[in-house]
Design a protein around this ligand. Structure first.
Ligand code: HEM
Length: 242
């Protein structure tokens, strides 16, 4: 007969809790992201203005509440777990955890700023999703290469490196959620509700803002696939030769 033997030391339980909350947050976040991209965008297009005014504010405020807080839970729990991985790799190999963390936040935050800068003009080739996809692919490849280049002292494990890249995508996705998608959507929700209640016309800039939020949401949708590959590869697919 198999027996259940729950580990009793605090450290193992704490790590398991980080991991579990990380999955719960990640599923909630990406589940809603996939709902927005696969169902909600085409669905909203088919609604007339009156129905949209009723449906959009209450549906989107609820969905976006879970969406943005799930992104925070996922990233915080992922960082907590990753911190443990980095700490033990650095201790065993006599390396510096600060370089890993520092390079992670610097590289991926700058990459996100560049990604965001590309959608600001909102016209010409930079309004074309395919052009943006190519630019973003080049930016993410360059950022990944730089992260691997800086953290190349033999003591960094496959787990550390895979999360350093996949987690970097997650970090940028969270910046998109809070810095672009939510910042824009909360205003659009308000304008749509005012429009439905009092007939206040939607401001001129609403269309361009909605397009920006859409492009960043689409970028998050695409980034989620390599991200999940790298999350899964961390402990199960030694792709960085360690
Ligand atoms: C959309 C965002 C994210 C999702 C959906 C996600 C999802 C996942 C999944 C499914 C796993 C399980 C992999 C496995 O057990 O094989 C995982 C593991 C992990 N994730 Fe994430 N993750 C995200 C973002 C992040 C971020 C931002 C970090 C930290 C920088 C991070 C750090 C980790 C760590 C340390 C593990 C454990 C890896 C291991 O077991 O070797 N994740 N993640």
């Amino acid at each position: 007969m198999n027996s259940i033997n729950l580990p009793s030391d605090l450290h193992t339980n704490l790590l398991m809790m980080f991991r579990w909350l990380h999955f719960v947050g990640g599923i909630t976040w990406l589940g809603l992201l996939y709902f927005f991209n696969l169902v909600n965008v085409p669905f909203m297009k088919g609604l007339d203005a009156g129905t949209k005014g009723k449906v959009l504010p209450s549906l989107m405020s609820r969905a976006l509440w879970w969406f943005r807080w799930a992104s925070v839970l996922t990233v915080l729990m992922g960082l907590a777990y990753w911190g443990e991985v980095i700490g033990s790799d650095a201790r065993n190999g006599g390396g510096s955890a600060g370089v890993v963390f520092g390079s992670f936040f610097a590289i991926w935050t700058v990459t996100w700023v560049l990604m965001y800068a590309c959608v600001i003009p909102g016209k010409g080739p930079l309004d074309n999703g395919w052009v943006l996809a190519v630019i973003y692919a080049v930016l993410v490849a360059a950022a990944s290469f730089l992260f691997l280049r800086i953290n190349n002292h033999e003591w960094e494990s496959n787990q550390l490196l895979a999360i350093g890249i996949g987690g970097g995508m997650g970090w940028m996705m969270m910046l998109n959620v809070w810095g672009v998608i939510w910042r824009i959507q909360k205003r659009i929700i308000q304008w749509t509700a005012d429009n439905a209640a009092n007939g206040t016309p939607m401001p001129e800039k609403a269309k361009a803002m909605a397009r920006q939020a859409f492009l960043m949401s689409r970028a998050n949708f695409v980034l989620s696939f390599p991200l999940l590959f790298l999350m899964g590869a961390a402990s199960h697919y030694p792709m960085f030769g360690r």
